[in-house]
Design a protein around this ligand. Sequence first.
Ligand code: 9PG
Length: 783
Amino acid sequence: MTNSIATAWHELSVQDELGVWQLRSMHPDDLMPGPLCLRVDWRLGGQGGAWCGPSNNVYTEVDHQRATPLGRAVSLIVDSRSVKGELGIKVVYALCEDPPLFLWRTSLTNRSSEAVFLDRLVLLQTIEGDDDVSVSSPKSGSRTWSPRRYDRMQAQGVDDARWAFYCTGWQSWTFAGTLTPQQRMPRTRLGLLTEPVQVSHGTQLPRRTGFFSSDMFGVVASRKTRRGLLAGFLSQERCFGAFDVCFLPRGASMRLWLNGDGVRLDPGHTFESDWACLQFVDLDAADPLETYLDSVEKVSGSRADGDTPAGWCSWYQYFQGITQADVLRSMHWAQEHRTTVPLDVLQIDDGFQAEVGDWLEWDHQSFPLGMDQLADEIERVGFKAGLWLAPFIAKPGASVLAEHEDWILRRPNGKPSPAGYLWDTFPRALDVTHPEVQEHLRKVMYTVVHEWGYRYLKLDFLYAGALPGERFDPTKTRAQALRGALELIREVAGEDAVLVGCGCPLGSGVGIFDSMRIGPDVATHWLPEYRGLGFLLRSEPGLPSCRNAIQTSLARAHLHGRWWANDPDCILLRDSDTSLTPSEVQTLATVVSLSGGAMMVSDDLGLLSKKRVSWLQRLLPLLPKAARVVDLFDSQPPSILFLPLRGSIGNWWLIAAINWLDSDADLEVSPNVQGHLELPDVSAHGVRFLALREHGAHAQWVGDTLHTSQGLGVKNVERGERHLQFAVDYQRALRGRVWLKSPAGITQIAFEGEPQPWHQITEDVYCVDLDFPRGGKLLVRWN
Ligand code: 9PG
């Protein structure tokens, strides 16, 4: 029997006997998947079991008002059982109208008398149109994914130039970007050194051309029809999940699945999956992924409305050699420059602790004041004290491991679960489901926040809480283990602490973190390198490098202000002791500024030249929102950012275009359908950054170097017949050049009543240099 439900947006039909379902959009241009099916794989008494659709004991119900995380929705509930009856499988499909999103999830109940171990929950897989039979006859638990068994998008065959797949990696440092069928997935080639760090256990690492995988959500898109299909999950609290796509000559095969991690489901117990969802995407909409991204935020309660951090971080200057003296030097500099460069956080990174893992002991020679008094000192002079911790990981020599061998997460063979190669060693992960580890985490967090007084915490290497292993609590998936530990940390730290996630599986952090690192580490070099091995590492997508940090952050710009405040990693402004060119420094600073996210500077501030300090000043205060990466679905790496702004001087656009080439190049952007801008001679790895405004017959503000916004500090404009007066205020000193247009010429420019010299640039454009301790009124007169 076929059951259908519909709304103004979508229509769903489910064929009971075959377990085949299909979703149609009412919008004829939308990219629709063909017939789909579900699948569950498990083990019971040493035997594999699989279910591929409700061929047995089906019961279907329609509920017009069923509660979902996005409000009430018309729903279809299909209750069925596995062939041998050991597993009860309930699927709820829901068509939400506001937002227009299709949701579904499965609940599995163990109806046998023995434990069931859950391997995989496939929520969507495309099927061969003429091969339905293979779908309804369950085959037992093979773990491989054979794309030959799935089939086409309902759209025509795959033409290389037309298709694209947007993928986002598992954690902060994993690759994100848009790929085409003739490309391969960028992946690490360093095996056990980096794979446990960057890749979710079980997620495909496809090597073949046109085969891709994305964690949490992904988008298949047609560049020609400008339509796409987003498949993903509304939360990652119960399972890690991925969207796998392969482009084959006859169509695109897709699979959206959750990793059960082999967790134990006891008799009578039910395991509910996270909600899966599909969104039809218009690639040319102002904010194409808005419906999905906002829904994730709604479900987990984002913390994006707090203040976005601006401050200093010790890591990229001092690394593990940081001392109290270095911190105090930067603090004094920030104190002296407060009126020109208003920073609010001073964050001590890795290096204060006695050993990675032993957080409550420190090196008394390097930090004689002690970590508590140092925090007091930082707070006393008016900054937020920040500290780095990697709570789920420890170096092999740490006393926490010597004293508690049983806290280490281990593989079934008893060896520690690989956590990657870090700090020139192989560190261990803690089993965060162990009650003693949880007690230890409570103590560490309580001490650091409530006794020492650090209000800003950068919590790093969090993926270590979600590595595969035999856990104290075998009923918890890796995602549940991590989420539980993150919730515990937030609970102990309190609502007021600013928590920054780093090295963190992204979906697990929504609702926990105020800010999240969304890309790999920056570095004072453009390409990845390690001990002179640059040539081998160039294409590593997750290793520290300026290029990797910028590219990944651009691909995740849309998360800002929704799931958290994005942290695109630090800016590095130094002009000595770096191999970054001035153009590369500008590209990094421009992208970080236009991200609207956190801005941490990681230089020895006292060593910055005057010019570089003036660059830093222009970046503060932070921009109020993120720019849109307009070519996200069209180029890899993306290179064009637009940010529409509105203020008392009208509406304008900030536009940045990046030259990714290794040589100077002419760039072109099309801000609208009617026109394009030619941007000649942009230097290698450099950026052209400008403000675009309409110009009329009257006098007006044209642009400035006061601030990256080029105008948000103009709080008020007074227009007279022969004058214009701008009230300018950035809540700091005012330094830079302002360009003004005046068709009738200029007779006087004055700031706070004092006449200022000006220069004529073109027939009707003039400029004036300002250097004042604070904002004020800029007056322009003509005859
Ligand atoms: C401190 C650093 C900084 C940095 C973090 C994180 O693969 N690795 O060897 C690797 C080492 C360090 C690292 C990332 C990866 O950086 O992102 O900002 O806090 O830890 O150790």
